[in-house]
Design a protein around this ligand. Structure first.
Ligand SMILES: [Zn+2]
Length: 105
């Protein structure tokens, strides 16, 4: 089995530390349906000294950029930060005194 395909590469960038020993945890399986919740099965790579395994949830909480092929069943609120950015992009809001502060991210 290759771990170089795109899906696994996405997961390998997800850095999760073991709550017991601080070691790196690997994502073993993830159930993927169209809901906003993913089930992740994690195991500590510090297998002999720790051996911790856990089931975790990954939840989508905010839109940061809308999908170009949106699923009508996906109901996600747009992040307040993004809404603020959109307001700042309006010409009328150009003199908003908070513009500088909000372009940090
Ligand atoms: Zn561990």
């Amino acid at each position: 089995m290759s771990s170089t395909d795109t899906q696994h590469a996405e997961f390998s960038r997800l850095r999760i530390d073991c709550p017991h020993c601080g070691g790196h945890m690997k994502v073993r399986t993830s159930k993927s349906d169209m809901s906003l919740l993913r089930e992740l099965y994690l195991h500590c790579t510090n297998e002999f000294d720790c051996g911790f395994r856990a089931k975790a949830h990954l939840e989508f909480v905010h839109n940061l950029a809308p999908s170009r092929c949106p699923n009508p069943e996906v109901k996600l609120l747009t992040s307040p930060w993004v809404l603020n950015q959109m307001r700042l992009d309006l010409p009328a809001a150009n003199d908003d005194p908070y513009e500088e502060e909000s372009t940090h991210e």
